[in-house]
Design a protein around this ligand. Structure first.
Ligand SMILES: NC(=O)c1ccc[n+]([C@@H]2O[C@H](COP(=O)([O-])OP(=O)(O)OC[C@H]3O[C@@H](n4cnc5c(N)ncnc54)[C@H](O)[C@@H]3O)[C@@H](O)[C@H]2O)c1
Length: 294
């Protein structure tokens, strides 16, 4: 089959691309390299360099495609606080443009990478998909808007869809040097440099860390599935506090700084739906995944 991976040069997109190619599929990537470089474009993928906001680039990328894995996004919560319009444009309008391109080219199915951030801070974990979303940042809001556009196009135009809400994805290739990098690559980089780890808040905040290769596998299962319009959590179902995470890493010192605006306190996934609908279970433990990053 022939698939389009939007944001295919990014951290998760490059794993989805590699898994598709390993499984004998051909892949086109559309990426504007706003948070990645050409180095992470799979050598066997076809590249369309451009933005998902550009209908001409999208038209070129989507011709002859059987399905779309939509990962391209402005992914930073702090950036979304500083420039909410840009985040909304890329994540919400960008998703709409993809759906329009799919409709005109008669592309059958989309697997969308949304986020657990749409749940907000419910004070009630694990999160199940039927909770009413309560986005706390423009980023979370924009991803939810993308979900709603997809559901609308599934309803109106019969475009088949699976909407994933990822929890905290980690793995090799995640950059520690971006100002908006995720906690694990930042911690590992500090450990390598024998520098102290900084925790925002008291460190009791919990996260559900899922290994990137498991996320890529879930994407493939979703594209092969025959249901449509479902929202599905992708996590491990196990939460760990940042303090517990640091214990696995043996840091020289831990420094606490004030909690950051928009950060969620507790986050963990109920993954019963992923198990039932996709027969998905994560294979890699946090410890195993960390070893692959060292
Ligand atoms: N990493 C996580 O823990 C996590 C958690 C929840 C959801 N997600 C979602 O997963 C997806 C992938 O995230 P990631 O961590 O791989 O991020 P990433 O920044 O590594 O990848 C995003 C890719 O999209 C590209 N991109 C951005 N704007 C674009 C545009 N307008 N046109 C074309 N390409 C564009 C970037 O250059 C990059 O290659 C995102 O949709 C994100 O919201 C990620």
């Amino acid at each position: 089959m022939k698939y389009l991976v939007t944001g295919g040069a990014g951290f998760i997109g490059s794993f989805v691309t590699a898994k598709l190619i390993e499984n004998g599929h051909s892949v086109t990537i559309i990426d504007d390299f706003s948070s990645s470089t050409k180095e992470t474009v799979h050598p066997k993928a076809t590249l369309v360099e451009g933005s998902i906001l550009d209908p001409a680039a999208l038209k070129k990328a989507i011709q002859g495609i059987d399905g779309v894995f939509h990962l391209a996004a402005e992914v930073s919560v702090p950036a979304s606080m500083k420039n909410p319009q840009k985040t909304l444009q890329v994540n919400a309008l960008g998703t709409l443009r993809i759906l329009e391109a799919m409709k005109s080219q008669k592309v059958d199915k989309i697997v969308y990478s949304s986020t657990s951030a749409v749940y907000g801070d419910r004070g009630q974990t694990p999160n199940t998909e039927d909770l009413t979303p309560r986005p706390l940042s423009p980023y979370a809001y924009s991803k939810l808007q993308g979900e709603y556009f997809i559901k609308t196009y599934t309803h109106l135009h019969g475009i088949k869809s699976v909407i994933f809400r990822y929890f905290n994805v980690f793995g090799p290739g995640q950059k520690p040097d971006s100002p908006y990098a995720a906690v694990i690559p930042i911690f590992l980089d500090r450990i390598r440099q024998q520098k102290p780890l900084t925790i925002f808040g008291d460190g009791t905040q919990t996260r559900d860390f899922i290994f990137v290769n498991d996320v890529a596998q879930a994407n493939l299962l979703a594209m092969q599935s025959d249901f449509s319009g479902e929202v599905i959590n992708i996590g491990t179902g196990h939460a760990i506090s940042l303090l517990e995470l640091t214990k696995l890493l043996n840091p020289t010192q831990i420094i606490h700084e004030p909690a950051r605006e928009g950060d969620i306190l507790h986050s963990s996934a109920n993954i019963e739906k992923a198990k039932t609908l996709l027969s998905f279970t994560p294979k890699t433990t946090l410890q195993e995944g960390l070893k692959e990053m060292l």
